[in-house]
Design a protein around this ligand. Structure first.
Ligand SMILES: C[S@@+](CC[C@H](N)C(=O)[O-])C[C@H]1O[C@@H](n2cnc3c(N)ncnc32)[C@H](O)[C@@H]1O
Length: 335
């Protein structure tokens, strides 16, 4: 699947999981796709529903996508803006980043938001206690070289076409208000912040909020899917077996590299919890007993590639041969 990458970046972006999420929802019937926590929008932009309600409590995300929808931001405007601002960044040897950050924190211009998102340290999105964007510069004064400007311009163009071809509403609101907007014919995809994992002005999450989310989703009688994690080397996410105990679960193994080193490869089991059975999902109780019995936590069926298949056929044939020889050498053999 060709993944459409949105122009805005964030640490919680689901780019690597979007193919898996899409494949799990492609056969479901629904009138409208709803996301109470749209973030960068990468999931909706790849699932590409005809109609969507996309919400978030971060005003900068909603303002940016509304500006794209209303054509206040177009690919042409982005190309010119990033080229001009990029030259200033280069000439200042990078200090101009902090001028843009100051200007953004005073005026909240969505083009400045894009500039910061693509030139900050590690594509992070973080706000201080007063709601000010506080991520430092990536320390590459030539960040907006022509190739990156073209890449971002194309991303804006792709997203604006997706928005134009659909019926998409972007709404700034808390998830509790989004829960009130849900109809029973909707398919709701929720990707809330992880409890206790990351806290900033627009992005914090408590157990109480997780319970409100679950009650709201159940009461809406809609089909719902929720992204979370099941386990890593150190821990299991016990909320899956308490708050979400009535849901189905499907998992995928995902690797991340600490400090980008192959030797520091860590696996995490990503999970999709759902009110309806998805392709490879199992019941919550079954997953619980799998963990107890130390069985695989992976519900996704592993794809066997051609070479592996040929190799196992070869082993099977060799085993048959050995078995045949053993039998024919046996004193009582009639072979
Ligand atoms: C894990 S991120 C979603 C990532 C998104 N699926 C993506 O791939 O980009 C969680 C999002 O929830 C938003 N959020 C946090 N608390 C919220 C709340 N109370 N109501 C609505 N949105 C909230 C954050 O601003 C953030 O964008």
């Amino acid at each position: 699947m060709k993944v459409f990458v949105p122009p805005i970046k964030s640490q919680g972006i689901k780019t690597k999981l979007v193919g898996w999420i899409s494949s799990n929802v492609e056969e479901l019937q629904y009138d409208r796709w709803v996301e109470p926590f749209m973030g960068t929008g990468v999931v909706a932009f790849n699932v590409r529903p005809k109609k969507a309600l996309l919400c978030d409590s971060n005003p900068h995300l909603i303002r940016f996508y509304n500006a794209v929808k209303n054509k206040e931001i177009t690919s042409g405007i982005v190309r010119k803006f990033l080229t001009d601002e990029g030259i200033k960044l280069l000439k200042s040897e990078g200090t101009y980043y902090y001028d843009v950050r100051k200007r953004f924190n005073e005026e909240g211009n969505p083009l400045d938001f894009l500039f910061l998102s693509r030139s900050c340290f590690n594509g992070m999105m973080r706000f201080n206690k007063k709601g000010g964007y506080n991520v430092p510069f990536c320390k590459k004064p030539n960040r907006f070289a022509q190739s990156l400007v073209t890449k971002i311009t194309n991303q804006v163009e792709n997203i604006s076409q997706i928005i134009e071809n659909g019926d998409y509403t972007f709404k700034l609101q808390d998830f509790k208000d989004t829960l009130n907007d849900i109809k029973h014919t909707d398919l709701v995809y929720s990707d809330p912040p992880y409890i206790g994992r990351h806290v900033d002005y627009f992005d914090s999450w408590t157990e109480e909020e997780e319970l409100i989310l679950k009650e709201g989703l159940i009461n809406s009688e809609s089909k719902f899917i929720l992204s979370t994690w099941l386990s890593n080397k150190y821990r299991t996410n016990d909320y899956i077996f308490s708050v979400w105990k009535d849901c189905f679960i499907t998992t995928k193994e995902h690797f991340y590299y600490v400090g980008g080193k192959e030797s520091n490869r860590n696996a995490v089991y990503e999970a999709l919890l759902s009110s309806i059975k998805l392709k490879d999902s199992i019941s919550n109780t079954e997953m619980k007993s799998r963990i107890k019995l130390n069985l695989s936590q992976l519900t996704e069926k592993k794809k066997i590639n051609k070479k592996t298949k040929q190799f196992s056929l070869f082993i099977e044939n060799t085993n048959d041969l050995v078995l045949h020889e053993k039998l024919s050498n046996h004193p009582n053999s009639s072979i």
